[in-house]
Write a protein that binds this ligand. Structure first.
Ligand SMILES: [Zn+2]
Ligand SMILES: [Zn+2]
Length: 431
């Protein structure tokens, strides 16, 4: 039966006035879960999961693989009755994403199980069950859940990341997940510019502009060349998903010959990036770039990497673990550490930037080499957010996934006359 009015409700189960554990329940004629992520640690060191719900879910839609959007999906298959969704221990629930997103989850979920241990309430069994219930959706393919139509399109954030458009009767809701509308080496940026009724928007950088990309790339190359010309190693601690691949593409666009070593989970993730045409700008070029990089698999390669002037791209991005720490203690004094990502207060990357020191195995180590920070964000900056609003012309804007969404709400209302809302955790909004 088709009803005249399209009532849509949005239940905010996470990423509301915070970054982390993105999870939203959108109720049309179906109950659709948009993202189901977690926060590995909050400020007090505790993990955070989405708010509980009691509805039976008809479909789960994942915007992209980052754990703050995907990390709690296996828990939907726990079926213990004690989980987040006691009325839905359904092992039949299907979840939908682009193919690279699924392959990336296959790598990221076991890593989170390793990091979080018993604080994560699911195990290998649920992980396998979840992977079995995946349904592939390519960009720009329309699929239906009852009377609700869904289309995924390129979000310009990481490989496979999607904006989720949901159309129900006369209403269009756009959930951005994480997005970037200006181009990077690997992504052309968001191309979506249709009018929508509601825009549910990633607002991570509501208060900050990112620097000009061209100048930033030049600065990175200058830093690298200055270091290697002096016989040093340019060590680039990097997130294994997205940033490692972007850095390889940038360096190779400017310098075909400088030796690059790639270490950590970024190696396997790069293979997924190279697997799928259509999810990064130029997959052939990326494959070629990757073929010139030494993928570090053995310990003797790690020794070699620091013996010659070279670039090392290695996880973990915040230097809280991973092979990057092994390199730090071996760097010669002409070397430099170049950070390119966000660092949480208290992490080693943060400590390096603020105290010129880091803690390895409980021992404090004063850094004897210079440390640089360059802002290569994969998120929209402030004016990008305003451009997204302009190009989608929404009647209502729901600001999520940000630490300053309340302030942004006020600003959009007062200075731009827009209907914006920064929901609290647990809020239900009628759209
Ligand atoms: Zn993300
Ligand atoms: Zn995110």
């Amino acid at each position: 039966m088709t009803s005249e009015t399209a009532d849509i409700e949005l239940h905010c189960l996470g990423a509301s006035r915070e970054v982390g554990r993105s999870a939203f329940l959108l109720k049309t004629d179906k109950n659709l879960l948009l993202d189901y992520g977690l926060k590995i640690f909050d400020k007090s060191g505790q993990p955070q999961f989405p708010e509980p719900f009691s509805e039976k879910i008809d479909a789960m839609i994942l915007s992209h693989a980052h754990l703050d959007h995907s990390g709690f999906i296996p828990h939907l298959y726990s079926g213990s009755g004690s989980g987040n969704n006691p009325s839905n221990p359904s092992h039949n629930l299907k979840w939908f994403s682009t193919p690279p997103t699924r392959d990336l989850c296959e790598i990221l979920w076991p890593d989170s199980m390793k990091i979080m241990g018993d604080t994560l309430p699911y195990k290998t069994r649920e992980y396998h069950l979840a992977l079995k219930h995946w349904v592939p959706v390519a960009y720009e393919r329309r699929i239906s859940f009852g009377e609700t139509q869904m289309t995924l399109s390129d979000a310009g954030h990481i490989a496979g990341a999607a904006l989720v458009e949901l159309e129900y009767h006369d209403k269009v809701v756009l959930y951005t997940g994480d997005f970037k509308n200006s181009p990077t080496r690997l992504h052309g940026g968001v191309a979506y510019d249709y009018d929508v009724n509601t825009l549910i928007m990633d607002s991570t950088y509501a208060k900050r502009e990112h620097p000009d990309r061209k100048k930033l790339e030049q600065k990175l190359m200058d830093e690298i060349h200055e270091t290697t010309d002096n016989g040093g190693t340019a060590l680039l601690p990097a997130f294994s998903l997205g940033r490692s691949q972007e850095l390889i593409s940038i360096i190779r666009a400017h310098d075909r010959h400088i030796p690059i070593y790639l270490d950590g989970m970024g190696k396997d993730i790069s293979l997924i990036y190279a697997r799928y045409p259509g999810y990064i700008s130029d997959v052939k070029k990326f494959r070629k770039d990757l073929s010139t990089v030494v993928s570090v698999r053995k310990n003797h390669q790690r020794m070699e990497a620091t013996r010659e002037p070279a670039v090392i791209v290695s996880s973990a991005g915040m230097m809280e673990g991973g092979p990057v720490l092994g390199y730090v203690v071996r760097l010669n004094p002409n070397s430099k550490i170049i950070l390119t990502g966000y660092s949480v207060e208290g992490s080693n990357a943060w400590r390096l930037l603020n105290e010129n020191a880091l803690i390895i195995n409980g021992n404090r180590l004063e850094a004897e080499f210079p440390v640089e920070y360059l802002d290569f964000s994969a998120h929209a900056g402030r004016s990008d957010l305003l451009n997204m609003i302009k190009s989608t012309n929404p009647e209502k804007i729901v600001l999520v996934h940000g630490d300053s969404t309340e302030e942004f709400e006020r600003e959009l209302k007062e200075d731009f006359g827009l209907d914006a809302v920064a929901p609290k955790l647990g809020d239900v909004i009628k759209l």
